[in-house]
Write a protein that binds this ligand. Structure first.
Ligand SMILES: *Cc1c(COP(=O)(O)O)cnc(C)c1O
Length: 455
């Protein structure tokens, strides 16, 4: 029997998951192994541990342990802002006049403003455990850098952030939040690394990309004693930590006997979506239940919908391991679109494999449609969404309207990954009618493909 469902389903501290879910353990066809960038052979734990903390390298390579215990110190930190609420969008349903039932998992309830803190705190914890001095990283829109700065200051680690140049210029407040938490922030590409200087020489005046910033951060870590590189998305370890989103969502739905039909999330590198769908996809893979999953990406960076499934470099500088994934080519520099967190040329290998096998769908949406949805949502549900999150809102609304047309009572769950208070310049462009819908031509896309290594 279904109980009356409240507007917000809160879980207790005790219901906070005790272990992360490793989706790869449930996949019969595993994502292809990471390859060493020089030898093109599957990378070993030892090699990977030169780049990442050892425990994180272990998690990265582990595709057989279904559940990995969350250390007590990380759970204690999670308790400051988790469990995150699952919200029933009654107001949105009413406004749309849809018979669909809409839920969203809100991850914006912490100072960093997004889900990224879930992995940042785990990565900082393992760095601290290993006795490291500090970590380096890249950040696009700034959410990851913000989350990592907070996590590092909590554990007393040094934090060096390479911030994609266009975001560094567009989002000075984001930069200052990071500095408030003690991080050192450099616009990328920069003159501080060899790879940065090379990129600047080749593409003078470039607005940067996540791929460039990753290369710089890796170089900065490998040239310093006691430093490791950490990454906010794409990697298996990040998906693992983000499974806390999906596990809580499932517990909340189960509590009220609700079965989701359709689960939607925005996809940049794929970590929030991979985390949100983890326990549901695990059920689907085991034949226990069926769900539809939709990954939503910007039309300006259409990794799944127009990309190729191939081994490619994760970074422009080609220093990171290669991953088999949907990719637009590591040399693809997306237009300076505002959904900074979704401007990545690749997609996490786990989601790439699931998408390739037809277990997940993908859709690309135009920026102005995304902001229309963002504004509509803000006016009805009150939360001012991050532009990235609004990609998921757009498709959730579209699907709810389809339900209205067809008289279907589907249950839709989507991930609301964060708030957009640092994105008001984009909102301003939208309000002033100055926002454009940049869609790369086939020619531009094939230029990106030309840079994919032929193995
Ligand atoms: C970084 C970010 C994303 C995209 O990253 P994924 O790894 O694909 O989850 C989405 N939403 C917000 C708010 C972000 O900060």
């Amino acid at each position: 029997m279904q109980r009356q469902i409240p507007y917000k389903i809160y879980l207790t501290e005790n219901e906070l998951p005790k272990a992360w879910l490793n989706l790869r353990a449930f996949m019969q066809e595993k994502p292809a192994p990471l390859l060493h960038p020089k030898t093109y052979r599957p990378i070993t734990l030892k090699e990977l541990s030169e780049v990442f903390c050892e425990e994180l390298a272990r998690q990265e390579l582990d595709d057989s342990t279904p559940y990995i215990t969350i250390p007590e110190e990380i759970r204690d930190f999670y308790k400051m802002y988790r469990p995150a609420p699952l919200i029933r969008a009654y107001c949105l349903e009413k406004k749309l006049g849809t018979p669909a039932k809409i839920y969203y998992k809100f991850e914006g309830n912490n100072t960093s403003g997004s889900h990224k803190l879930n992995s940042a705190i785990a990565q900082a914890y393992y760095a601290k455990e290993q006795g490291l001095k500090g970590v380096t990283t890249e950040t696009g829109a700034g959410q990851w850098g913000t989350a990592l700065s907070m996590a590092c200051s909590y554990f007393g680690l040094d934090c060096k952030v390479f911030m994609v140049k266009c975001s560094y210029e567009q989002k000075p407040f984001r930069r200052e939040v990071m500095r408030t938490y003690g991080a050192n922030v450099t616009p990328s590409p920069s003159e501080t690394t060899a790879i940065g200087r090379k990129i600047l020489e080749e593409f003078p005046g470039t607005s940067g990309s996540l791929g460039c910033a990753i290369s710089e951060a890796v170089e900065a870590a490998s040239s310093r004693e006691g430093y490791r590189y950490v990454l906010g998305s794409v990697l298996n370890q990040v998906l693992l930590h983000q499974s806390v989103i999906g596990l809580e969502t499932k517990t909340a739905l189960d509590k009220y006997g609700v079965k989701a039909d359709l689960i939607i999330g925005c996809a940049g590198g794929g970590s929030n979506l991979g985390g949100l769908i983890a326990p549901f996809m695990a059920e689907k893979l085991q034949g226990k239940a069926d769900y539809r999953f939709i990954a939503v990406e910007p039309a300006s960076c259409p990794t799944l919908t127009r990309g190729k499934y191939a081994y490619d470099f994760c970074d422009t500088g080609r220093v990171c391991p290669l991953s088999k994934m949907y990719t637009l080519g590591s040399g693809f520099i997306p237009a300076a679109s505002h959904a900074g967190g979704l401007r990545y040329h690749g997609m996490t290998s786990t989601l790439s494999e699931l998408y390739d096998k037809g277990l997940m769908e993908a859709r690309s949406v135009k920026q102005t449609e995304v902001f229309e949805a963002a504004e509509y949502f803000a006016r009805i549900e009150g939360i001012l969404p991050a532009p990235e999150s609004a990609h998921a809102i757009r498709v959730a609304i579209d699907e709810a309207l389809k339900c209205k047309e067809n008289g279907e009572e589907k249950t839709i769950v989507f991930g609301l990954t964060g708030t957009g208070y640092f994105d008001m310049m984009s909102y301003e462009k939208f309000h002033d009618g100055k926002m454009s819908d940049y869609i790369p031509s086939d020619n531009e896309i094939s230029k990106g493909f030309a840079g994919i290594p032929k193995l």
